[in-house]
Design a binder for this molecule. Sequence first.
Ligand code: ARG
Length: 463
Amino acid sequence: MAQLWGGRFTKDTDQLAYRFNASISFDRKMYREDILGSKAHVAMLAKQGILTEDEKTQIVQQLDMILADVESGRLVIDDTYEDIHSFVEANLIDRLGDAGKKLHTGRSRNDQVALDMRLYTREEIKETDVLLKQLLETILRLMKEHIDTVMPGFTHLQKAQPITLAHHLGAYFEMFRRDRQRMSDIYKRMNYCPLGSGALAGTTYPLDREYTAELLGFYGPTLNSMDGVSDRDYLIEYLSAAATVMMHLSRFSEEIIIWNSNEYRFVELDDAYSTGSSIMPQKKNPDIAELVRGKTGRVYGALMALLTTMKGIPLAYNKDMQEDKELTFDAMDTVKGCLALFEGMLASVKFQPDIMRKSASLGFTNATDAADYLVNRGMPFRDAHGVIGQVVLYCIEKNLAIDDMSLQELKQFSDVFEEDVFAAISMETCVNKRLTVGAPGKAAMERVIEQEEHYLKEHPPLV
Ligand code: ARG
């Protein structure tokens, strides 16, 4: 057992209690942040005359060496320490002796861990943003390729009206764009430095909190030391945004799974992103999409768990808060992993435009347009709706699309039909007449694609 606080104790902690309490097995992930924070703290202590320049130089040098040793594997973060903070401090003292013992002046593990977690989350938000941007780029590339690829649009998973693949993908572009905006909003709100909050009530040393905040790239210090050590809102916000990313990925995965099914065959997954069956030789399963859909649950779970952990905690720091880490780290790794894999899968998917188009024309997706045709020739809409309903019934019996009927057959239902009906209800016409902002018509899509291209250029990854 290696702990920082033995002084007022007369006997050792129970072994099980010690292990229950220790966090090194998971907070070791923050070794870089812990060292970075300590370096800034020491630089500030020296600037304020609390440490000498010489002490600062020695401590910073040794902290850098600890970092290098951990990264190279020479120094292993083992479970004998209580947490990552004790590990770094104990190693520093081993290397420096008394000078190392001054590192923790004017600091508590409460503000230290609050700082480490913020630094860690800040990087995660940036990395998530990069992955979201890559996914958006892939979606936009596919939209450009498939601006003329007609497919059925669905409501209730029933074929409804013809759209294009570009239009369908464009809906996901909007979702992931909003996800990026959420990440950047959270970043702006959380980028304040809790270091210097002490255990809960600040310190009596003349710390310069503005200075450490600046050294660490924060907009400024947090303004209440109790809140500084016990605020976990930013994690809840991050988990909420991450859960939303997963929800979007899960919906998209569900569509890929349906499109890849034997009945639809709208897409063929690349071999690199599908798996076989150990017993059924014909199988090519969409496991990656299914796993992304499945992993959504654990990210939702992390959000619920942290909300619940935080709900009854009185001010200021309480040990419950240590529970913020494992589940948040897991959610962070899950979201990043899923984004990267999903992007790879999507980029390599083979779409089947002919099958999509055929599915649109066999699904009476032009029935609304056929009714509109009659309306444009003077028939009241309700009557037109009835006529086309009968036409559809006839087609179902004969296994035809409306376009497959002859003019003569159509005229049995209404003599308003003329030769020009075929042009009016062709899939291309149905799509390209829809030109309101946000609709699938080619000219409308082209304008949106231009705006989205502009958006990507104007919004580089967060820094
Ligand atoms: N491992 C702790 C956590 O993650 C660090 C803070 C410990 N503070 C304390 N007063 N025991 O929350």
